[in-house]
Ligand binder design. Sequence first.
Ligand code: TNX
Length: 607
Amino acid sequence: VDWVQAKDIYAQNKVITDIPEEKLTKVFPTPAVYHETGQPFTMTATVPIVTDAAFLREADLLADHFGTVFGKKPVISMLGTGKAIRLQQKKGMGPEAYELQVSPQEVVIAASTPAGAFYGTQSLKTLIPAAALAKNQTSVSLPGVRVSDAPRFGHRAFMMDVSRNFQSKEQVLKVLDMMALYKLNVLHFHLNDDEGWRLEIPGLPELTEVGGKRGHTLDEKNHLQPSLGSGPDANKTSGSGHYTKADYIEILKYATERHIKVIPEIETPGHARAAIKSMDARYARLMQEGKPEEAKRYLLRDLEDQSVYRSVQNWNDNVINVALPSTYTFLEKVVDEILAMYQEAGAPIQTIHMGGDEVPNGVWEKSPAVNALMAANPTIKGKYDLWDYYFGKVNDMLNARKLYLSGWEEIGLTRVEQNGKKVYVPNQDFKGKNFHVDVWNNLWGAEDLAYRMANAGYKVVLTNASNLYLDLTYQKAYEEPGLYWAGYLDLDKPFYFIPFDYMKNQKVDTNNDPINPAVVYKGKERLTAFGRSNIVGLQAPLWSEMIKTPERLEYMLLPKLLGLAERAWAPDPAWATEPNAAKGEAAYNQAWSAFVNVLGKRELPRL
Ligand code: TNX
C-alpha cells in the first residue's frame, strides 16, 4: 500500500453506508434552510435562462456550465414566460444570501446582489447528477428543492502558497473554480517567500528573473535541499516560474467574476529571502554599470549588518532590514504596481497582507543602520520596538492608499514580562487600528491566542494550524510524505472545527502522532461577545514546501477543503452543541456521507 492508495482506503473506511442517499442534502455546503419536494425539473439545452439585467454575468457562467453538460449552451434572455431558469433580483436580502426553488415548471434563483445570485447558481450546479457531467446529455433531472441560504462568515478564505513551489496560471484558475463551487470568497495569494518571488513587478525585473528561479526546499526529513522543489531542476513543471502582469490581471478578472477577492501577500520582513537576493542582484548590476546611488534605491539589507540568526526553516539571510529608507521605497513601488494591476482588472482590493510571521531572534542586532535609527529614536529599544516601527510605517503607507493592513498574528503581538516570564500579548499600541490578523498558532500554550486577540479588539481570521493547515499530511500510516508539525490533518480536523469554541467536540485523532500526542486545551481565555463580533472568518492555507505538482496540490486540497467550506458557510451543526454524544455522532456520520457523496459523485478531480 502506498500513500496514494492510502487515501482511498482511508475514505472507504470512513464511508458510512447505513444512511440512505435520499436523506443527504444535495446542496453543499449545508444550506441554512433546505427542503426536498420530490418534484423535479427537467432541464434541456432548449430551456432558456431568463435573468434580470443585474445578474447577466452570473447567468452567463451558469449557461456555460450547462453548455458542458449538453454540448450546447442554453439561450440567455431578459424576458420570457414559460419553462425557464430564472434569476431574479429581490430587495432586502443579505449581501451573499439567495433563495433557490426547483419545481417542475421553473427554477427560480432570487437574490439582492450578484454575489447572492452567483451562490444560487453554484447550489443549482450541485443538483446536477454527477453522471450527467460525464458525457453529452439530452436532458437532466434536477431534484425539487426549496433553499433559503446565507453564509455564516463573510470571509471564507483559501490561502495558496505559490512561492515554495510554483503552480501555473491554469492551475490557479482551476482552484478558483473549485473555490467558487464551495462558495469560498477569498483567495489569499502567498506570492513570495524565502524560496521564490512569483509576480512580475514592472521596473523591478530581478524579482522574477532572479527570485522566480532560484529555489530551495525541504525534503521528506525536513532537511534543506538546495536543488529540490522550486529549483531549476525540480521535477515536472512546478519549480520555477512566475505570473506576468497579464497573467495576474487574468487571474484577478476570473476571480472577480466568481465573487472571489484576491488578497495579495507580500511576505515581510521575514520569509523574504527571494526578494532580498533579487535586490542584491539589482544592486550588483547597477554598481557594475557605475550607478551607485541608483544601486541602493531598493536595497533590502544593510550591507554592513553582522547579525547572526537562523529562521525556523533554517535560513540565515531572509529578513529585510527595517531601518533602511530603501526598504520602504521598495515596498511602495511593489504596492503601487500591484494596485495598478487591480485597477486594470477592475478587481476590488481593500487590504494587502504584509506577512509578519516567524522573524528569528538575533536579527538587526548588529546592523549599523538599525543602531543609527535607535540612536536617533530613544523610544526604539529592541526587536519589538523595531517591530512596531516597521508595521506602524507599513500601516501608514497602506492607509495612505485607502487600504488596511493585514498579516499573520505576529503583526498584532508584542512581548512583555509577566510573572518573570516573557510572553506574547496583543499589542495595545495597535489596538483599534483596522488590522485583520490571521491567527495560526493554537499550540504550545497559545491555544487561546485567537480568542485573546479577538477579545482585545483585533479582527481575526481563524487559521488554526492543527485544524486548517491543509499541507499537513492526512495520516502517519503508509509513510505519506509531508509535514506534520501541528499534527496530521484529515477531513475530520476542519470538519470538527467549532469556530467560537474550537476545543469543544474536537475529535483528537492523533494517528499516534509523536509530536502532538493530544491537543490539550491550555488556554484560559474564552471568547467574549465582543470577541465573537471580531471573528471575521475562517481560512485554510496550503503551504507548498512539499507540493511539487498540480496532482499533489489537488490531493492535499480535497476533500479537506470541503471541511473548511462547510464550517465557513453553514451554521454550527447540531453535534457542535449536542449534549447527547450518540446523537451528535449520528449527525456527524450523516454529514460525512454528504461529503463522500459530493466527493465520489460530483465534479471533483481525484488522484
Ligand atoms: C508555518 S505559520 C509557516 C509557513 C510554512 C508552514 C508549513 C506560518 C504563518 N508560517 O512558512 O510553510 O508552517 O506548514
